[in-house]
Design a protein around this ligand. Structure first.
Ligand SMILES: *[C@@H]1O[C@H](CO)[C@@H](O)[C@H](O)[C@H]1NC(C)=O
Ligand SMILES: *[C@@H]1O[C@H](CO)[C@@H](O)[C@H](O)[C@H]1NC(C)=O
Ligand SMILES: *[C@@H]1O[C@H](CO)[C@@H](O)[C@H](O)[C@H]1NC(C)=O
Ligand SMILES: *[C@@H]1O[C@H](CO)[C@@H](O)[C@H](O)[C@H]1NC(C)=O
Ligand SMILES: *[C@@H]1O[C@H](CO)[C@@H](O)[C@H](O)[C@H]1NC(C)=O
Ligand SMILES: *[C@@H]1O[C@H](CO)[C@@H](O)[C@H](O)[C@H]1NC(C)=O
Length: 481
């Protein structure tokens, strides 16, 4: 039964309180440095949000990328890291798009199977597509995947080749395998995507990784497969259950239960349960309309629906203050400093134009994208279906890498949140192509599984207003505004 499985899952998560710290001279981890690319976050998210949230180019314009190669001899790529999809795919050199004058694919790199002695054909079901009609299709193949720093070789990694494509990017999707194109479009069994392959090859202990995006003003962060760097966050990591959709763990959704400002926990709202998607592929965060509206009025930001963003005074970035997010009632609070929320969009006569990095979610699921994620150290534990969260340390230069061990309590320096919320009604969970094909209410409506202060099955009332922003702030009680 659905309900009892969830209750059991919740118990397992909440009873794990002892954590194993494994520190070896050579920990079994793989760390990649990642670069941030400066793209216009609005253009990026506008494409992504053309229809509903996290559709369209969701997976295509992630701001964070790394270098890697495929093939023998090596063919080099710049790959965008995407926690919101699950396939590695690259463009074929001879696709119509990449053969265009101007070589649009040359920055991200292209693959030529005939030039690789280690290429092996798998099947022809690769087809990733987006609501606006863009996407890529072609073959799945395996080949040797290499990183130069650190030195890592993964033999026979499966990936997609876009023989037909309308996107010049190469994507490294590292999400749940149930979201692989081969599974959710062709109905085939899952294959080992990169994080799972690193486990299969015993390079790391367990399918879990940590993402440290770092400061808005810093251009590099890192992703650590199989490990946690305890010098990149303050305090301990709190672990929270990921919320399943139709009994399937498919995306990184957790429960946001309170928001406050300037350290005043819950001053914006509390005792609510908002399903939020952690998505490194989204530049901004998208919050329930009335919350966004209240924040706009608080910070004198003006929402421009044609831009899909709220213009604000750039001086806001020089003010002290924060917006604070609390998860699973008794769970961690991540504080996002105001200066992380103000993005320079461009210049007009030498003067910068700024936006607040918060948009309205309309009738779609709320999303915590990069304007939130930079302030958090996040562990994505796909083996145990949990998220570890702690306040980031910006610009940390020290490093203390520990292995994550297999098993439910394998994340070092972590404690699980008591009475964590493990099921919720998620709105707008469907509609994402390449996402799970579920809509409407998900998870079990099982109050026991979520404990004190957590209205597990309560739908989000403010979504009823849809995209109507005006006056939406009245729909729920706001403290402090
Ligand atoms: C990737 O390669 C480019 C070009 O060589 C280089 O500028 C960039 O720093 C590299 N990025 C990482 C994360 O290694
Ligand atoms: C690889 O070689 C085959 C056979 O010669 C040819 O049909 C195909 O177009 C080539 N592929 C590429 C990407 O050049
Ligand atoms: C890929 O999927 C799209 C959308 O479902 C479809 O229109 C297209 O024909 C497919 N391409 C191939 C090669 O199967
Ligand atoms: C982090 O470093 C960048 C420069 O690399 C700097 O602009 C920024 O202010 C630093 N952030 C903090 C919080 O110290
Ligand atoms: C977070 O950790 C850093 C480095 O360990 C320390 O300098 C800073 O004071 C800590 N901040 C808080 C809020 O505890
Ligand atoms: C939230 O719950 C706590 C504990 O039950 C209660 O003290 C508080 O007044 C509630 N806050 C709101 C805004 O309802």
């Amino acid at each position: 039964m659905k309900g009892s499985t969830l209750a059991l899952a919740a118990q397992l998560v909440t009873s794990a309180s002892a954590f194993t710290l494994v520190q070896r001279e050579n920990p079994k981890v793989v760390k990649f440095d990642i670069n941030r690319r400066n793209v216009n976050p609005l253009e990026h998210d506008r494409l992504r949000r053309r229809d509903t949230v996290q559709v369209t180019l969701d997976n295509l314009e992630t701001l964070y990328f790394m270098n890697a190669s495929l093939g023998t001899p090596e063919q080099n790529f710049r790959l965008h890291i995407d926690t919101g999809s699950s396939d590695l795919w690259v463009n074929a050199a001879n696709s119509r798009l990449c053969s265009n004058i101007g070589q649009p694919c040359s920055v991200a790199g292209t693959y030529n199977a005939n030039d690789s002695s280690s290429y092996n054909y798998v099947n022809s079901v690769f087809n990733i597509s987006y609501v606006d009609g863009s996407g890529a299709s072609g073959d799945y193949a395996t080949d040797t995947f290499k990183l130069s720093n650190p030195d890592l070789t993964v033999e026979d990694l499966q990936f997609g080749i876009g023989y037909t494509s309308s996107s010049p990017e190469g994507i490294l999707g590292i999400g749940y395998r149930v979201n692989e194109v081969q599974v959710n479009r062709a109905g085939l069994d899952p294959y080992s995507n990169l994080p799972q392959k690193l486990v299969d090859d015993k390079t790391i202990n367990t399918n879990a990784y940590s993402l440290w995006l770092n400061d808005l003003d810093a251009s590099t962060g890192s992703i650590l497969f199989g490990g946690v760097d305890t010098d990149k966050f303050n305090g301990t990591l709190s672990t929270l259950p990921i919320i399943a959709e139709s009994d399937t763990y498919a995306e990184f959704i957790i429960a946001l239960t309170a928001m406050g400002e300037d350290g005043d926990k819950g001053s914006i709202f509390e005792n609510e349960s908002v399903a939020v998607l952690l998505d490194s592929g989204s530049s901004l965060m998208y919050l329930p309309d009335n919350v966004a509206t209240a924040l706009y009025s608080k910070y004198n930001a003006e929402y421009d629906s044609s831009q899909g963003a709220a213009i604000c005074d750039c001086d806001l970035a020089n003010q002290d203050g924060s917006i604070d997010f609390t998860f699973s009632s008794d769970g961690p609070t991540i504080s996002v400093p105001l200066n992380e929320l103000v993005l320079v969009m461009g210049y007009q006569r030498g003067e910068p134009i700024c936006i607040l990095g918060i948009g309205p979610s309309g009738d779609s699921i709320s999303v915590l994208g990069d304007t939130f994620l930079r302030s958090a150290y996040v562990v994505y534990d796909l083996e145990n279906n949990q998220i570890g969260l702690a306040q980031t340390v910006f610009n940390a230069t020290a490093s203390n890498v520990k292995e994550i061990e297999s098993g439910s309590d394998g994340i070092p320096s972590a404690t699980s949140v008591p009475n964590a919320i493990s099921s919720l009604s998620v709105q707008g969970g469907g509609g994402r192509i390449g996402g799970p094909s579920v809509t409407g209410s998900i998870g079990g409506s099982n109050p026991e599984s979520s404990g004190f202060g957590s209205p597990a099955a309560t739908p989000m009332p403010w979504h009823a207003a849809g995209a109507a922003l005006a006056g939406a702030g009245l729909m729920m009680g706001f403290n402090g505004f």
